[in-house]
Design a protein around this ligand. Structure first.
Ligand code: PLP
Length: 421
């Protein structure tokens, strides 16, 4: 097997180190990057840094690169659109690509849907909540422990973890009620159901927002019966069931939406990340019953549904179709499960290998070991990152265009790093 990795300097190399020093002096402290490798170019699942080191990229732009780095079809679509025009404001001077994208996403999200576009995942969440409130005339929103929904006011209020996301940024949005996520922090399905039942009994609930597979919260798929319960309760109370598929969507779990695989049909779905290969674009997709309850011009924004991002997004959908990336996610997931299960059995530092499709999380005994494995893998040419409240989960967000050989090479490296930890 020919190695995809090329290490030519120490890591980080001299150019990355110089850039890091510049970052520390010129960038506002909360935005100084934690990563010390500066990017130069990418292709497929490989990332080359400014010093000429080539890595297998298991970070994938934190889940934005289902179609890989700089896929030629996405690049061409972007170039063509940039040559034509870059911005109008869709609400005043519309263009066809927005409509085409809405049509295709509606079909991919179960059919009989409508869609609207925004810039970031957090904005999609904000707008899904606005829809739920305006359409129901209520103000309560239910969210869950372990949730991450973004960093704007409403999204941050729904997000669970204090540090670094909420600490010092209050007061938060009101009438947000948090229930246990079945399977997380020892909560059973009954614990979640009891909490939800009490919340619905005491408050007027506009909607419930849930990640079908916890992303930031630790790559934990919803326990059996959990999403069905939420769907049933929302249905019973006339509340909106919102699935936040910003991390779990776009084929990563082996179906276009994780909720397809988990057997539920949410009223509203938020999408982002891989939608436009990292260009700023997000979506809400859902039933007309809710989306069309709002009057014209009540949602929007200057850049939302930007034409360059829409062109990229249409090309991403073509790549997903033509390269059968949703099926690939299942196979990659199987390869990862098998590889990591063997690694886990060879020592005692891994508690659990879990996930859905290619959204695999490896739970180590503690955050220190996870960080150690990630740091060691970086030195050998694999980029990876953690998840979970304690940072004890190694998560896989590699592009789905990754080859079997590249997955195998990364697994071999992870195995060696675990052995040394
Ligand atoms: N929702 C989920 C499930 C996410 O994973 C994220 C980002 O990681 C967001 C919302 C927020 O998206 P963004 O960072 O694009 O605002």
């Amino acid at each position: 097997m020919m190695s995809s990795i090329k290490i030519v300097t120490e890591i980080p190399g001299p150019r990355s180190r110089t850039s890091s020093a510049g970052a520390a002096t010129s960038i506002a402290r909360p935005l100084v990057p934690g990563g010390k490798i500066f990017a130069a170019s990418g292709e497929g699942a490989l990332l080359t840094d400014v010093d000429g080191n080539r890595f297998i990229d298991f970070i994938g732009g934190v889940g934005c690169l289902v179609a890989g780095h700089s896929h030629p079809r996405v690049v061409k679509a972007v170039h063509d659109q940039v040559d034509a025009f870059m911005h109008t404001d869709f609400s005043l001077l519309p263009y066809q690509s927005y409509i085409d994208l809405a049509t295709r996403l509606s079909q991919l999200c179960g059919g009989g849907r409508k869609a609207g576009f925004f810039n970031s995942g957090a904005e999609a969440v904000e707008n899904a909540v606005k829809v739920a409130k305006a359409a129901t005339g209520r103000s309560g929103i239910v969210c869950f422990e372990g949730a991450f929904h973004g960093r704007t006011l409403m999204a941050m209020s729904l997000t669970h973890r204090d540090v670094p996301y909420k600490d010092g940024f209050g007061p938060f949005a009101q009438q947000v009620y948090r229930a246990p996520y079945a399977g997380l922090f020892g909560a059973s399905l009954k614990d979640s159901v009891d909490a939800l039942t009490a919340i619905f009994a005491q408050h007027e609930i506009a909607g419930v927002i849930v990640e079908p597979v916890l992303g930031e919260g630790g790559f934990l798929p919803a326990a059996e019966g959990f999403l069905e319960t939420i769907a049933t309760m929302c249905n019973k109370h006339g509340s909106v069931f919102i699935a936040d598929e910003i991390q779990s969507g776009y084929g990563r779990t082996g179906t276009f939406l994780a909720t397809d695989r988990l057997g539920v049909r949410p009223d509203l779905i938020t999408l982002g990340k891989s939608i436009a290969s990292g260009l700023p674009l997000s979506a809400i997709v859902g039933d007309e019953r809710w989306l069309d309850a709002l009057s014209p011009n009540t949602l929007g924004g200057t850049y939302v549904g930007n034409p360059v991002a829409c062109a990229a997004a249409l090309a991403v959908l073509d790549v997903i179709d033509d390269e059968r990336l949703v099926d690939r996610a299942k196979l990659i997931g199987e390869q990862l499960f098998e590889g990591w299960t063997k690694i886990a059995a060879s020592g005692s530092v891994i508690r659990e290998v879990r996930g859905l499709g290619a959204m695999v999380g490896v739970c180590f005994n503690d955050a220190k070991t996870t960080a150690d494995v990630i740091a060691k893998a970086l030195q050998r040419g694999v980029l990876s990152m953690s998840a979970g409240r304690e940072g004890d989960v190694l998560r896989h967000l590699m592009p789905l265009v990754i080859t079997d050989d590249q997955v195998a090479e990364a697994l071999e490296i992870f195995g060696a790093c675990v052995e040394e930890s």
